[in-house]
Design a protein around this ligand. Structure first.
Ligand SMILES: [Zn+2]
Length: 229
């Protein structure tokens, strides 16, 4: 496992020598990272990893400043989605966007402590904790660390979430976009979110209805590790 790897340049030289160079994480934000809450009017934010309301039950390392950051490109695309929702009397609600590599490393540390199951009932009731990493629910790197991936849902103007037939960060098939065991209305809500995101330059993730990545992301190979401030 390469916790601090960013990208790899593989050089195959003479005599079939294989050399792998691993870059250090990017500790300083580039200029085109912005505070999404400050730059997207009307956005609702609930940064769950900066609270106890996530699968670990505690604040995650790297979220101490409680700031929601992302690339300018992400902000611009989300602004378009937000405007489209406003016309319907709705708004975007973001749970997470830029995630420092140290937060991902914290997830891994947590996954290695079998007795720490504080939030099992809510987030992974039918999955054994020691299989979360193997099953792909937790990985050593996350697209979120590249700054152009976002977890989000839709709320009414009163801030009440649309019923998506499952909660953010639930580890299980209920989170799959195409999960059949939900109502027609819940499916329609998921489709509304996905259609708007796809119309504005995002690609979805089939196993998490809330997770989208900007197709033209500015840092497709860079995993950042700065703390927003
Ligand atoms: Zn995500």
């Amino acid at each position: 496992m390469r916790l601090f790897s960013i990208n790899f340049t593989v050089v195959i030289g003479l005599c079939s020598t294989l050399v792998i160079f691993a870059q250090e994480p990017q500790l300083h934000p580039p200029q085109d990272f912005v505070d999404l809450q400050k730059t997207i009017p009307g956005l609702v934010v609930e940064l769950r990893y900066a609270s106890e309301e996530n699968f670990t039950g505690r604040t995650i390392t790297g979220y101490e400043t409680k700031k929601l950051y992302g690339t300018t490109a992400l902000m611009q695309a989300l602004t378009k989605v937000q405007k489209a929702l406003e016309k319907r009397g709705l708004a975007l609600k973001i749970y997470d966007a830029y995630r420092p590599q140290r937060a991902v490393n914290d997830f891994i540390r947590w996954s290695r402590i079998p007795s720490d199951t504080l939030k099992k009932r809510t987030y992974y009731p039918s999955i054994k904790k020691d299989t979360l990493f193997r099953a792909g629910y937790i990985a050593s790197k996350s697209g979120h660390s590249r700054g152009s991936t976002v977890d989000l849902s839709i709320v009414s103007q009163d801030g009440i979430p649309l019923d998506m037939g499952g909660e953010w960060d639930f580890f299980g098939v209920r989170s799959w976009y195409a999960f059949e065991g939900i109502t027609v209305e819940q499916k329609a809500h998921r489709k509304l979110l996905r259609d708007l995101m796809l119309a504005n330059g995002f690609k979805p993730y089939s196993k998490e209805w809330w997770h989208f990545t900007l197709i033209e992301e500015p840092y497709p190979d860079t995993y950042f590790d700065f703390i927003p401030n």
